[in-house]
Design a protein around this ligand. Structure first.
Ligand code: ADP
Length: 849
């Protein structure tokens, strides 16, 4: 227990998994927690000390559940053979597992990145953010305002956030609020690790440079503070993993010293971590947290599932790296034309050549997650199957290079593949020559290295294999020498090899034999010759395993030397796979290539909602969108005055929300380089997509629905530019009718650009805006402002039923629809008549403010 408490103290804030024989045990509060989180039985070790344990062979599963529940775990292993131990078995913490520092395949979701982030607030209006992906080595820093920092943390999907510890021990309110909104774990860190000078120091040491200017940073730059904290934390949590390649063979001298500066001096720690790169928000289409959620880019609002989201439509990636890249591209659409068009060219080539597409996907299909494997190699947690997967994956470079050759549309990809080809093929050959195709789960019993690869290993194996023959020969010799025909040879763990005589022959044993054991019906003996042989065979076993471990370590080292090539290969494969997925979707969904222009145009012909289109098939009614400078003279809803704001009216359930979301999703997709679900589309580059879409069933902590609605609306007013796309659904619904109407009216005027100067920034004219509203009165605005156009959703009456045609047409909706629907629903005649009468009176009173 003293040993236990020592480790517990060294790892504050961690649950300690303490290895005892075949179990990892937890004590005291940790045991209670394990009981609650993992559902394992609670027992007592000694009086009053609660204890709970999990079997060692399924520890990964329990670790995953602990991490998912937001806890950090320090894994304490036995680092000497318990049989040899004098007194208490020596133990040490061999890894610290936290939500943001995972590398093991079993603990990670292959389709998502798993970034660790750190935040430092400089002033009230300024936040420095850094994030790193330990499993691949990507590292970024950004300087943002606090709202921007939260939006970026959300789009990153950060799983753990480091912040500067406070005197109270509680996270500052702003940090706590971030963590709650993002659902990530919070980890306090010592203040000294978050100072810019300390950060610059640790970064210089980590990347072995005299100054950071080479990476584009001034020394002591505030933006570096959180980056330094990340390096400290990674070194600390990975400190012990460094000492060994095989997690089954714990290090002889593990060093687990939390908060120790000495760890950082080891130049070989985290060799795969790349120098931080500055993240520039304007290089991407900005999508804030609200819009990311309400557009259901990654997951649905209602069930938080990928199925039914935009990402769910793009399921065709064949590699884990492609899946992650696709998610990234959908969350980070591009903001410049050239890189978008580069992606489009590849997608187009694949769309037009189905054989090329099929062959490329087949070649990629054989590539495993080389980036994460390279990450595990770097932190020395690679398994035999990782190495073999690396070999077979690297071998695919030849096929990929061959496929890309002589196709102008993918020339840059071909160049990238060609540059890697030689180095990867060498690695593949070395691994393929050495390792079996079907590797063992661990190296405890060997079995990874092929026969014939290593003379020393072959010799040991020959000894093991031939033991059967040798024993048969020895048995025959004994029978010949003694004349006893009933001699048996056997083996058990206690005595090793032995000779067995039946009770009847027991007295015929030669004197040279040593009696070892007397059983009821038999007598067991050993001879010097037999023991010699046993020694040779058994030591051969151990020597074989040691030799295999050495060869494995050598191959891991070789692979580590190829880490840059492996990373570049991973990038290449991820991009090609994501592009192939775009192409496959384009073919299957009959998508078209959008024309990207610089003018703030939005011109979509027969556009479809990507998710509903897939679900409904031909039943989905396509619709046009035309805003901003017209680009398609044939468009039905074309207005020569080129309005920027469309007011969409129509009864509930007609399809207004679907229409405005579809416009936003098509715009977003166009910025990723994907084709879009439409007959034709011309999309002007956007800087930001804003949405204000009420989610009726959402609960906002401590804020009224109306307050949230207005906060989001205010954000739009402050930040929308002429290059933005704004979609608004039912603004004003959260308050009384007249308040709501007045606010919606003023907002429409503002966004249409009438309130020039104080209004939307970026010169004359407002952002492209789709405004769905049930306030029929607003439609009058179109007559006064040429920037506003009225659209409505057609509805037909058929056999006393309302039929929604979901077709968007120019003009305002028939204002009596609400009352009409009520009539059809069976509201009594006098009530309907009275409502009609009231409507005309009310209309007079607020038609013209
Ligand atoms: P509103 O916002 O006008 O209340 P929604 O956009 O929520 O209406 O649409 C209601 C339902 O109508 C959707 O869930 C969908 O099933 C159907 N729908 C909407 N637009 C279309 C369309 N273009 N084609 C086919 N069905 C549609």
């Amino acid at each position: 227990m003293r040993q236990y408490h020592r480790f517990k103290q060294q790892h504050p804030g961690c649950v300690l998994f303490f290895r005892m024989g075949d179990f990892y045990e937890m004590f005291d509060d940790d045991a209670q927690l394990a009981h609650k989180v993992l559902g394992v039985a609670l027992t007592q070790r000694t009086e009053g000390v609660p204890m709970a344990g999990v079997p060692h062979h399924s520890v990964e599963n329990y670790l995953r559940r602990m991490i998912q529940a937001g806890y950090r775990v320090a894994v304490c292993d036995q680092i000497e053979d318990a049989a040899q131990a004098k007194g208490v078995v020596e133990r040490d913490v061999t890894r610290v597992v936290t939500p943001g520092t995972l590398t093991d395949e079993a603990l990670l979701d292959e389709a998502r990145e798993n970034p660790l982030a750190a935040i430092v607030f400089h002033r009230d209006d300024h936040a420095a953010l850094a994030w790193a992906e330990l499993s691949t080595g990507d590292f970024h820093v950004a300087e943002l305002d606090p709202a921007g920092a939260r939006d970026e943390l959300a789009r990153l999907g950060a799983t753990e956030l480091l912040y500067c510890e406070t005197a109270t021990g509680e996270p500052p309110p702003r940090v706590a609020e971030f963590a709650q909104a993002l659902g990530c774990a919070l980890t306090p860190r010592p203040a000294w690790q978050m100072r810019p000078d300390e950060a610059a120091d640790v970064l210089r040491r980590q990347f072995n440079v005299a100054q950071l200017a080479g990476f584009g940073f001034d020394d002591n730059e505030p933006a570096l503070a959180p980056a330094g904290a990340i390096v400290h934390y990674l070194l600390e949590t990975q400190a012990t993993a460094r000492a060994h390649d095989n997690p089954d063979a714990p290090p002889a001298t593990a060093t687990a010293s939390a908060n120790s500066k000495s760890e950082i001096r080891n130049p070989k720690s985290l060799p795969h971590l790349r120098p931080p790169r500055r993240f520039t928000r304007s290089a991407h289409l900005v999508i804030d947290q609200t819009s990311l959620r309400s557009l259901e880019v990654e997951r649905t609002l209602r069930t938080a599932s990928v199925e039914g989201s935009l990402l769910g439509v793009f399921r065709g990636c064949v590699t884990a790296m492609g899946k992650r890249r696709l998610r990234h591209w959908l969350c980070y659409p591009l903001a410049c034309r050239e890189p978008i068009e580069q992606r489009q060219r590849v997608v187009e080539a694949l769309v037009h050549d189905s054989r090329f597409l099929d062959e490329l996907r087949t070649a990629l299909d054989n590539v495993q997650d080389v980036q994460r494997i390279a990450g595990r190699l770097a932190v020395r947690r690679a398994l035999p199957r990782d190495l073999v997967a690396l070999g077979t994956s690297a071998a695919q470079i030849a096929a990929i290079e061959h496929l890309l050759a002589e196709r102008p549309s993918v020339a840059t990809y071909h160049e990238r593949a060609a540059a890697l080809s030689e180095s990867l093929q060498q690695l593949a050959t070395r691994i393929g020559d050495a390792c079996v195709d079907d590797p063992p789960a661990h190296l405890r019993e060997g079995g990874l290295i092929r026969d014939g690869h290593d003379a020393q290993l072959d010799e040991c194996r020959a000894l093991q294999r031939d033991s059967h023959d040798w024993l048969a020969r020895y048995q025959k010799q004994l029978i010949d020498d003694t004349g006893i025909t009933a001699i048996k040879l056997g083996y058990n763990k206690v005595f090793g090899y032995y000779i067995e005589l039946s009770a009847a022959n027991r007295d015929k044993a030669p004197d040279a034999w040593t009696r070892k054991q007397t059983l009821k019906n038999a007598e067991r003996f050993i001879t010097a010759e037999l023991k010699d042989y046993e020694q040779k065979v058994l030591s051969a076993d151990a020597r074989a395993v040691t030799r295999e471990q050495a060869l494995f370590a050598e191959l891991c080292e070789l692979a580590r030397r190829h880490s840059d090539a492996l990373h570049a290969f991973g990038e290449l494969v991820a991009e090609l796979d994501a592009l192939a997925c775009f192409a496959r979707r384009a073919v299957r969904g009959r998508y078209v290539k959008p024309t990207i222009v610089d003018e703030p145009t939005l011109d979509i012909r027969a556009g479809r909602h990507p998710v509903l289109d897939e679900m409904f098939g031909d039943r989905f009614v396509p619709n046009d969108v035309t805003l901003g400078p017209a680009s398609n003279p044939k468009s039905e809803i074309r207005n020569p005055k080129s309005p920027t704001l469309a007011l969409i009216t129509g009864p509930n359930m007609a399809g207004k929300s679907t229409y405005i979301r579809q416009a936003a999703l098509i715009t977003l997709l166009a910025h990723t380089g994907s084709f879009v679900p439409a007959d034709a589309a011309t999309i002007g580059l956007c800087d930001r997509i804003f949405t204000r879409i009420g989610a009726a069933d959402e609960l906002h902590a401590g804020q009224s629905t109306f307050m949230v609605e207005m906060t989001e609306t205010a954000n739009i007013c402050h930040h929308a530019t002429k290059r933005s796309l704004v979609i608004l659904d039912e603004i004003g619904r959260g308050t009384s009718t007249l308040d709501g109407l007045a606010l919606a009216w003023a907002l429409a005027e503002h966004l249409a650009g009438e309130m020039a100067g104080g209004g939307a920034r970026g010169g004359a004219g407002g952002p492209r805006c789709l405004f769905a509203t049930h306030y029929h009165e607003l439609t009058a605005l179109a007559e006064r402002m040429e920037q506003i156009v009225n659209l409505n959703v057609t509805v037909r009456e058929w056999q006393d039923q309302i039929v929604f045609l979901h077709r968007i047409v120019p003009g305002a909706a028939d204002r009596s629809y609400g009352i009409h629907v009520a009539k059809l629903a069976g509201l009594p005649g006098p009530v309907v008549a009275r409502a009609d009468e009231l409507l005309s009176q009310l209309a007079v009173s607020h038609d013209a403010p």
